[in-house]
Design a protein around this ligand. Structure first.
Ligand SMILES: Nc1ncnc2c1ncn2[C@@H]1O[C@H](COP(=O)(O)OP(=O)(O)OP(=O)(O)O)[C@@H](O)[C@H]1O
Length: 818
């Protein structure tokens, strides 16, 4: 694009496969569909795989021996043992196993699978593994490789399918390595004691990690090494850029102004542009191509982060050309459940034969639009294929146990939100960390954790190729207004509205903008937009109601449902027309000999909708359903509020104060006034539908916890740990009392913090995890949280988060903190 005689001119060169007729003198319409670069790289990865990588056989025809198990031995230094105290048992196991796989017999091709359901610390585990791999024996002047030797031997390639995912992970890597730097004033690398580089175009890199991009490192280094006259040229170029920026802004502002003024500005812009262009070419001439500098930076890096696609570009290939050996000790792929198989093969062209896949195939798979491609399994990730295959091997008794490292303790959701995904999707293997439970149940959050609104009079309306449901929008607005009224500090960061339909999203956004003057307290998006993210409160509007087709479309996918219901930290409210979601349309059931049966069509639909059916049944059993209709929206929306303290008190516990020893870690002070007590955690789990009010409340997070043995008698707790009240006697788990904790104090290192609670729900036969892991003092910014301003901001957030276990324990103040 250039300015010529006051006009913008754009020239575009297009290569065609065949010659266009010379006589063509009509205008041609060009549409850019997509770049083929990624596709070419995938193709290249596929065709090079068998020739270049020992993993090829394992990938094409895997057998259980190709996957590493939990039993690989490692020798761990005191320093690493101390470091690993911040991790839970599953995370430690994953780190140690992957570490052993990388360090043992580097020539043997092996794959390590780390499966982490939502919020279980996948990123934390990756960061821990990197730290373990890169800092063993590292001391100033004495590391496992000479720190002065510029070219690193111990190098890791870290990839993810998207730029956003790479950057999120990088933020955590940066935080950790900077924090753990031995001598902060005199670090050994550009990121604490290591060198880190981010590959990829700058425009797709998040500002917070931009400093580590290859381009900015090249620029920085080239400027530093240049003779003074070239540095002067750079300064002049920066000045001209600044000038151009200013002039363009002035030009835009005087669009309606005088012609002469516009002309003057255009001429000035043309003049400055010309000088800048000439200067840029001269700089290139004198300082040479940056390729050499690029290669040096890459070779000096310990961690190279990029998208899967970028890992197949020429940049890495040319940097390692002629270096000999394998350039990476391992390749780590984050969000491996979200990348297509062939895409996951891309980083393997660098011959590395240790592959670590981290992800959750039970969340959204890679987005593949083509139905034909889906038919051929293109939307299946490599990780999902491996997991499926290994599960089949376990079922057929070919192997005794799954060679997959499972992370099972989650740090995101209120335990009541976690209950259904844990039991229905994760085989009861998803437990809530105790500290998370305590903070999520805090009285500071005045809303119920989990409610399903049955919007009985809702109806869907077609809007082009999408749907809207006006009644559900009305109810969403009532709920948001109520939240705003009761928690004035809510911002866009705290509430997420998930809808699967574009038209509903647009209409909701309009209503929010109107009501809240464009400063809407909620972010509306599709579930795909929320994958990998979290919000304090999530409202789901299902839209489909009284559907004529008898199908609920893509609402039916279990992976989609999973992501939808696992984004909320404190409250999840689901709005839907439950009969449609369950697909119990009038006439679906026929009674025959007293037992219901379904017509073949209905059976098919019911199977399709079975996940929603299960969710609704579960909510029904828990008394979490609120039936509503238009005239009651306002009234029924108020049911999201936790019950009034006084009433709650009388309905729930006898007014006894539990022994100090039975308080959860970081429990509330014992000398609080009654009212304060009753407002606290145990109230949070009580649903107050009329039929429910007589039920015993849930008290798992009660600051006045009864002794743990008594808590096990609570039918809802038993349900939570996967036992029926009757089966309770058979539970082999022996509860251990929590350690006494002074009010408001942080758990001492080595005492049970978060590690305590996740043992509680261990099912029969499961070993309780070791008590003794210290709470996390080095918590990176939660994935998906809106970007804090720089790493410092993340650090300050950590200071006020009770999940740190080290600062505040009086219950989290979620909205003020985040
Ligand atoms: N061992 C731990 N102790 C305390 N907090 C932890 C621990 N592991 C993870 N967390 C916290 O849990 C939250 C989620 O961690 P992380 O982002 O690593 O999870 P994830 O599995 O990558 O999440 P997602 O499901 O969004 O991909 C973070 O706030 C993190 O600090």
């Amino acid at each position: 694009l250039r300015v010529c005689s006051g006009k913008y001119e754009c020239s575009l060169s297009i290569q065609t496969q065949d010659n266009l007729p010379v006589s063509l003198n009509e205008s041609v319409r060009c549409i850019v569909i997509n770049s083929l670069v990624t596709t070419q790289r995938k193709l290249k990865a596929m065709s090079l795989l068998s020739g270049r990588n020992q993993l090829a056989r394992a990938i094409l025809n895997p057998n259980p021996m190709d996957f590493c198990t939990k039993d690989l031995p490692t020798t761990t230094s005191e320093r690493i043992i101390a470091y690993l105290r911040d991790f839970n048992e599953d995370q430690k196991k994953a780190i140690e196993t992957a570490y052993a796989m990388v360090k043992h017999s580097p020539a043997v091709a092996k794959i390590c699978l780390i499966h982490g359901p939502p919020g279980t610390g996948k990123s934390k585990t990756i960061v821990g593994l990197l730290y373990r791999l890169l800092t063993e024996n590292q001391r100033r002047g004495h590391s496992d490789e000479n720190s002065n030797a510029k070219i690193k031997q111990n190098r890791v390639l870290v990839c993810a399918p998207s730029n956003a995912a790479v950057d999120e992970l990088m933020k955590k890597i940066i935080l950790e390595f900077k924090e753990k730097c031995k001598d902060k004033k005199n670090p050994l690398g550009n990121c604490g004691d290591i060198n880190l580089v981010r590959l990829g175009p700058e425009k797709s890199i998040n500002n917070e990690v931009l400093k580590f991009s290859l381009d900015s490192q090249v620029n920085h280094r080239m400027k530093k090494d240049l003779p003074s006259h070239v540095q002067e040229m750079h300064r002049r170029k920066e000045f001209l850029d600044h000038q151009l920026d200013k002039l363009s802004r002035q030009r835009a502002l005087c669009r309606g102004g005088r012609e002469i003024q516009r002309q003057e500005l255009d001429e000035k812009i043309a003049e400055v542009s010309k000088e800048r262009q000439e200067l840029a070419s001269r700089i290139k001439e004198v300082q040479g191509r940056p390729q050499k500098t690029q290669n040096i930076i890459i070779l000096e890096s310990h961690i190279i982060c990029c998208t899967l696609s970028t890992s197949g570009g020429l940049l890495l290939e040319s940097a390692f050309r002629g270096q000999g050996g394998v350039p990476f000790s391992c390749v780590i792929v984050d969000e491996a459940g979200q990348s297509c198989e062939v895409e996951t093969l891309t980083p393997l062209i660098h011959r590395c034969n240790k592959l670590i896949l981290v992800g959750d195939p039970k969340q959204l798979p890679p987005t593949v639009i083509s139905l034909k491609a889906q038919e051929y399994g293109y939307d299946q990730s490599l990780m999902a294929r491996f997991c499926k295959l290994l599960e089949e091997n376990v079922e057929r008794n070919v192997i005794g146990r799954l060679p997959v490292l499972q992370l099972t303790v989650q740090y995101r959701m209120h335990p009541d939100i976690c209950l259904f995904p844990s039991s229905y999707i994760y085989n009861r293997n998803l437990k809530t960390s105790r500290l998370t439970e305590t903070s999520r149940c805090s009285s500071v959050w005045p809303f119920q954790p989990y409610l399903v609104f049955d919007v009985g009079d809702g109806s869907e309306r077609r809007d082009n190729d999408s749907y809207v449901n006006v009644q559900e929008i009305k109810l969403v607005m009532e709920i948001i207004k109520l939240i705003k009224d009761n928690k004035r500090d809510v911002t866009l960061r705290n509430i997420g509205i998930i809808t699967h339909y574009k038209a509903q999203k647009t209409m909701l956004q309009k209503d929010l903008d109107k009501e809240f003057d464009r400063k809407g307290p909620a972010e509306v998006d599709t579930v795909d937009g929320f994958q990998g993210r979290q919000k304090d409160c999530v409202i789901v509007t299902c839209v489909r109601a009284k559907t004529s087709q008898g199908s609920i479309g893509f609402l039916a996918s279990l992976q989609r449902l999973n992501v939808t219901i696992t984004r909320a930290r404190y409250s999840l409210f689901i709005l839907g027309h439950l009969r449609t979601l369950r697909q119990l349309l009038p006439g679906s059931f026929y009674a025959l000999n007293g037992s219901p049966f379904l017509s073949p069509d209905d059976l098919l639909r019911k199977m399709e909708n079975d996940h929603w059916n299960q969710l609704i049944e579960d909510a029904q059993k828990r008394g979490a359903i609120v039936k509503t209709c238009d005239k009651n929206y306002r009234h029924d929306a108020s049911k999201i509020l936790k019950p009034k303290p006084a009433l709650q008190r009388s309905l729930t516990h006898p007014p006894t104060i539990a022994p100090e020893a039975s308080r959860p870690q970081g429990g509330l002070p014992s000398n609080r006034p009654d009212g304060e007590f009753s407002k606290t955690a145990f109230a949070s789990s009580l649903y107050h539908s009329p039929s429910d009010s007589r039920e015993a409340p849930v008290t798992s997070s009660d600051p006045e916890r009864p002794p743990i043995q008594d808590r096990l008698r609570d039918p809802r707790l038993l349900r939570r740990i996967g036992l029926s009240p009757e089966a309770k006697g058979k539970c082999s788990w022996e509860p251990q009392p929590s350690s006494p904790q002074p009010p408001g104090a942080a758990p001492a290192p080595g005492e049970a913090g978060f590690s305590g609670s996740h043992q509680d729900p261990a099912g029969p036969g499961q070993q309780p995890a070791t008590r003794g892991a210290a709470p996390n003092h080095h918590r990176p910014q939660a994935q998906g949280e809106p970007a804090a301003a720089g790493t410092d901001a993340s650090t300050s957030k950590r200071k006020c988060d009770p999940e740190e276990g080290g600062v505040t324990v009086l219950g989290e103040v979620p909205l003020a903190c985040v």
